[in-house]
Write a new protein. Structure first.
Lengths: 324, 505
């Protein structure tokens, strides 16, 4: 019994151990992995994926999936950049609305939340499977982005906006502040609030949750709205860092997010997993990406290795679960 | 005559509980044998052993005099033993012919599907069964009764010698029953051995040559259908040596809490046969109302209707404490004071991957909140209170509920509703799959809750359970209430009388 408990403790920390071993190996094999510059570089790179992955975790905990986050990211980035640069002008009624930086950020979040709401509404009211509903949104949101940008990047957004992506505050890059805040809020929400508890209950057994009086549809819609808002946060960071909203931003970001969630030990069947696990998953992917570049591994092999890591993580997780 | 299939001294245990005890049965060619017994008497278990689904049992199976051991269902099937299950096992989006040949497809010399051959063979099978449908029609376009005949066609495809039919008429209409009986008679003339399970005794008297009665896993009678009366059969099914301790009757001059009038639940798949109809009853404060019915009588659906499910297909009046209720979902029902402990604990009652403490607090999240955040201390207190009061055996509050025994899981489900202090608590099969000690504790709990003034509805398919917990008993059959007994009027015999469907004519 005691050994079993000990074993499960090790199992809980094995991704942390894996990460540690990976860092150790990279430190020995390369000269510039263990430098402050590289550390903040990795952290800044993963911050976008962390934001999206947190939203993805919430969705997957309810036994759903959200394939549209990459497209929503691009759309929200474009909306933010477009409003900041051009505002809203309606010459017919002689109207022009300009936006402050704060205003465009809020607008981006609203746009992300609205698209997420459409996902949630289709999934709960019309019983469209999450895979299909969000696949449709993946296409639609990309189309909206192209319409909004007319297919061209929106650039030159100003220094105060760019600060969000490239600036430093108290020795820490701004994107890391933002993603850190997102993580802290998400940890509290999932572990300390009724909303979080209901998310786990719905993913664990939707029938039992419904018969216990949990408002299934309401919770699910909110989860997709949050996933949309967090994709908008990601879009904000990407746009600010590049000082440009690219119509092709965020392509296949949903896959990186799902990978982080899965490596973090969240079950795709729902009901089991944690935000911190996902953060760890995102860090592992980030360090792996960074390490492979530093080791000068060919980009083609990088993809193969990343895929293998995902597969391995899930196989180990499954084996542990069987042992329980 | 040499029996086609014979089982000798079959004993089967499920984790220590005896489901079948030394059962012996002989099936002769050209005879229909009726297998009779209450729910849980062991009929299905016996069927599953004889058709190779359960492999670990004690005793012998002899096929045409040869000792046989099946190692998988296909073994039994290959010998010519077919089972027609109560639920239809057809794939709706495939055609009739594709379903008949599922898993046994004919192939051409080149290895491709022999579509023409299969359609031709299906056609001749359907002709034999006098079913006039196109073999290329989709199963989903057929009526339920026709689908039942397709199931029989599947069984006949492999030239079965022995056919088990588990309640084949439970889902079909009267005209279709007649056709089915003709088919069965024809099969009998061809020398097949048929086992027929049904709760409808009249059907058995028209069809069967022999009968075997099971009760609590024991064989309590067998013989020829000609030499037995309906009453004698019912006595055999119900008669029990053990005396049942009936509970003391409570005065029922209390206030009326729940009133149900003309409740009707439509069946979208078969509008002619509503799932529930003409349901009228009242429930009084602090009363324990038992509802007894065989499988498919509509008892579970009744409880679901009172809990806000099936809102769209339901009509009639429900009054809770003199307020007319029209619950659209469980949330409204729960807020009005209803509670339901569902029949299928694993799929509807618990969140298996969550801890015991979290399962208990699921219905009362507001009670463990402080300043809008869940408070671990308050949750622990709630856990301690119920684990102590209900004697739940659990190692810690973090223990996952799926690792608890059935009885303890059920106590957790009860705890989450007790904490809400409901006006009406409905328990659907509260002791299914639970050991005897936990059973008794749950009976005591039911009595305690009723003394506290909670009105309870206890649904059960075990007569002794209904008799020992109820103040008043309603009996359901085929979607209707067929009888009402006060606790001192009720006996196993008259409950059994009232729950057996009268149909076919």
């Amino acid at each position: 019994m005691l050994t079993l408990k000990k074993y499960s403790n090790i199992a809980r920390f094995q991704s942390l151990i894996a990460l540690f071993l990976m860092c150790l190996a990279l430190a020995l094999m390369t000269d510039n992995f263990m430098t402050t510059d590289n550390f903040w570089n990795v952290m800044r790179q993963i911050s976008v994926n962390v934001c999206i992955s947190v939203g993805m975790t919430l969705v997957i905990l309810t036994a759903g999936i959200d394939l549209s986050v990459g497209s929503i990211l691009a759309f929200c980035g474009a909306v933010t950049a477009g409003l900041l640069k051009y505002g809203i002008a309606i010459p017919e009624v002689n109207l022009f609305v300009g936006f402050t930086v704060f205003g465009v950020i809020v607008s981006g979040f609203v746009a992300g939340g609205a698209l997420g709401f459409v996902n949630g509404y289709a999934i709960t009211k019309f019983k469209v499977p999450p895979f299909v509903a969000t696949l449709a949104m993946l296409t639609m949101a990309r189309g909206f982005t192209m319409l909004w940008t007319k297919g061209h990047p929106i650039t030159g957004l100003g220094e105060s906006f760019g600060f969000l992506g490239t600036g430093w505050f108290l020795g820490i890059p701004m994107p890391v502040w933002v993603s850190g805040l997102v993580v802290i809020i998400a940890v509290v929400v999932t572990s300390k609030t009724r909303f979080g508890r209901y998310i786990y209950a719905i993913g664990g057994n939707e029938n039992a949750a419904r018969l216990s009086g949990i408002p299934i549809n309401k919770i699910k819609i909110w989860v997709y709205v949050l996933a949309g808002v967090l994709a908008a946060v990601g879009g904000l960071l990407v746009t600010a860092r590049l000082d440009s909203a690219q119509p092709n931003a965020g392509i296949s970001y949903e896959l990186d997010a799902i990978a982080a969630v899965v490596i973090g030990g969240t079950s795709l069947a729902g009901g089991r997993g944690t935000i911190l696990g996902t953060v760890l998953g995102a860090v592992i992917i980030g360090v792996l990406n960074n390490g492979l570049v530093l080791l000068d591994v060919s980009p083609f092999w990088q993809q193969v290795i990343k895929g293998l890591v995902i597969l391995l993580a899930v196989i180990i997780d499954k084996t542990n679960k069987r042992g329980e | 005559m040499l029996p086609l299939l014979e089982v000798r001294n079959i004993t089967k245990k499920f984790s220590g509980v005896t489901a079948l005890n030394e059962v012996t049965l002989q099936l002769e060619p050209g005879k229909v044998t009726a297998l009779i017994g209450e729910n849980g008497a062991g009929k299905s278990t016996l069927l599953k052993i004889m058709s190779g689904i359960y492999m670990d049992y004690e005793g012998d199976i002899l096929y045409k005099g040869q000792n046989t051991k099946f190692s998988k269902p296909k073994d039994a099937h290959d010998l010519g033993i077919s089972i027609i299950h109560q639920e239809l096992n057809l794939i709706p989006h495939l055609t009739v012919a594709q379903n008949i040949f599922l898993g046994r497809e004919l192939v051409t010399k080149l290895g491709f599907l022999d579509r023409k051959g299969m359609i031709k063979k299906s056609k001749s099978l359907l002709e034999k069964l006098k079913l006039n449908v196109d073999p290329q029609a989709l199963i989903s376009s057929l009526k339920v009764g026709q689908q039942q005949v397709i199931e029989i066609a599947k069984a006949l495809l492999t030239e079965s010698e022995v056919l088990f039919m588990d309640e084949p008429t439970s889902a079909i209409g009267e005209g279709e029953v007649e056709v089915l009986f003709k088919i069965i008679n024809q099969l009998r003339e061809e020398g097949k051995a048929i086992v027929y399970i049904s709760h409808k005794l009249d059907e058995l008297f028209t069809l069967a040559d022999n009968f075997v009665v099971l009760r609590d896993g024991n064989e309590v009678g067998n013989g020829s259908m000609k030499n037995i009366s309906r009453d004698q059969l019912i006595n055999m099914m119900a008669g029990r040596e053990v005396k049942i301790s009936k509970k003391a009757i409570r005065k029922t001059n209390e206030k009326q809490v729940l009133h149900v009038q003309n409740l009707e639940l439509q069946n979208p798949e078969n509008p002619q046969r509503p799932i529930l109809r003409d349901i009228n009853f009242s429930l009084y404060k602090g009363e324990v109302l038992g509802i007894y019915g065989l499988m498919g009588a509509g008892r579970t659906e009744l409880s679901e209707c009172l809990f806000g499910l099936h809102h769209k297909t339901l009509s009639g009046l429900i009054k809770l404490e003199d307020v007319e209720c029209n619950f659209k979902n469980p949330i409204e029902a729960i807020n009005a004071g209803m509670a339901l402990v569902p029949e299928d604990r694993k799929s509807d009652g618990i969140v298996p991957g969550m801890s015991v403490a979290k399962n208990i607090s699921l219905t009362v999240q507001n009670k463990i909140e402080k300043f809008g955040f869940l408070n671990a201390g308050l949750e622990s207190k709630l856990y301690d209170k119920h684990v102590g009061a209900l004697k739940i055996k659990v190692s810690s509050e973090e223990q996952l509920i799926k690792n608890l025994s059935g009885g303890n899981q059920q106590k957790v489900v009860l705890a989450k509703w007790i904490e809400r202090n409901p006006t009406v608590l409905m328990l659907d099969e509260p002791t299914r799959g639970i050991d005897i000690n936990a059973k008794n504790e749950i009976y005591e709990l039911i009595a305690r809750l009723s003394e506290k003034g909670i009105s309870l509805i206890v649904i059960s398919s075990e007569i002794p359970e209904i008799l020992s917990v109820s103040d008043r008993i309603l009996v359901m059959s085929e979607g209707r209430l067929t009888a009402e007994f006060s606790s001192d009027e009720a006996t196993e015999h008259n409950i059994m009388q009232a729950c057996i469907p009268e149909t076919i004519n």
